[in-house]
Design a protein around this ligand. Structure first.
Ligand code: SAM
Length: 345
């Protein structure tokens, strides 16, 4: 079992398999994207698998693949199959924008992918196109259907709530009525853009990720109060808390609610307003092989160098060093050097 310096059990590893993405979400990337990492600096699947094996030996049992967009990396299905086959891995999950799921979901599920988190910030085609800078809502919706058809479970939808986007949250709540979809509203986080010029809110037409402002951050208590009022006004009834043991099995810190008669649930994730560092259970490996101990801290260990020059024991020692260096809590610092697309969320 892996335990960090503050007694927290760390059993969850998020691996970014690429910094490349087929969308350009306004709060995640600048309009022209970010320069892609030199492929020579990106970990090969073989290197990631060696890292995962070392992590499992140190007590990691859950792996989530993320990106960039993980499904744009060639060979991802075979990679998932090999990770899933490792003794000690309980489950593999994926965070994706879902646009490639229509053609990949069946193969991914057959390879051992059970859990999928789909990022979707609006159910209005125009707002979706604006947020993703050109994405088609129909592709993401087809991806959700494909995940269900392939038998994935649970299917969760991540919605980042940004004030300037004026999102219709009730439209998401409605989705939970007829299918076991789990919507999670996530507070907009101040990641990326450190040292870059800021020109206003990330969602104004001229600006880009890194222009995080407190005005765009909607605290989770406000999200919940407004959503509840809007659900009542729409005749959907009142949100009731879901007891922890009935909540959709999660590896993270969402609080769950349910509308009367709904098959799915609504979760709220508040990394800033009610930070949950005391329950933090994860490490992150970036596509270029840096081991991050905290989403909000640029303090990283060079796993790539150890994977390329060291032994399996050296990799395990690095993971133990990361556990020892994991901070007790995040610093609420606005901005990190890496953008979210270069960390993986
Ligand atoms: N491309 C995949 C996707 O769309 O899910 C995986 C990578 S994406 C960086 C992972 C998650 O980070 C997405 O759910 C995205 O909405 C979220 N994200 C990106 N920037 C964010 C921010 N500033 N605050 C909160 N969530 C953010």
């Amino acid at each position: 079992m892996a335990v960090d310096g503050f007694g927290r059990r760390i059993d969850y590893l998020r691996i970014s398999v690429t910094d490349r993405c087929n969308l350009r979400c306004v709060y995640c990337m600048p309009p022209d994207g970010v320069p892609w990492k030199d492929p020579a600096t990106v970990l090969s699947f073989e290197e990631i698998e060696r890292f995962a094996a070392a992590a499992v030996a140190e007590g990691i049992s859950k792996i989530r693949l993320t990106g960039g967009e993980p499904l744009v990396r060639k060979g991802i299905v075979g990679h998932i199959e090999r990770l899933r086959a490792m003794t000690g891995i309980e489950a593999i999950a994926l965070t994706t924008n879902a646009t490639l799921l229509p053609k990949m979901a069946k193969d991914l599920h057959a390879a051992g992918l059970e859990r999928v988190n789909i990022s979707l910030d609006s159910l209005d085609p125009e707002v979706y196109a604006k947020v993703t800078r050109g994405g088609k809502l129909a592709d993401a919706l087809a991806g959700i259907d494909a995940a269900f058809d392939a038998g994935m479970h649970p299917v969760k939808i991540n919605v980042v709530v940004v004030r300037a986007l004026d999102q219709d949250l009730v439209s998401f709540a409605r989705l939970t009525m007829d299918r076991p979809i789990h919507i999670r509203f996530i507070e907009y986080m101040p990641v990326g853009g450190e040292g870059e010029q800021t020109v206003g809110g990330a969602c104004s037409s001229e600006s880009s990720a890194g222009d995080w402002t407190i005005e765009d951050h909607v605290p989770s208590d406000e999200i919940l109060t407004q959503l509840n009022a809007a659900c009542l006004a729409a005749g959907l009834g009142e949100l009731a808390p879901v007891p922890r043991d009935e909540a959709p099995g999660g590896w993270g810190p969402a609080s769950y609610y349910r509308l009367p008669g709904a098959l799915g649930t609504i979760g709220i994730i508040s990394p800033l307003s009610h930070h949950f560092c005391g329950e933090c259970n994860r490490l992150r490996l970036t596509a270029d092989g840096k081991l991050r101990m905290c989403l909000f801290s640029d303090n990283e260990l060079d796993a790539r160098a150890v994977l390329r020059e060291g032994s399996a024991d050296d990799v395990r020692a690095l993971i133990r060093a990361a556990l020892a260096a994991k901070p007790e809590s995040h610093q609420m610092r606005v901005g990190t050097v890496r953008r979210m697309s270069q960390i993986g969320g």
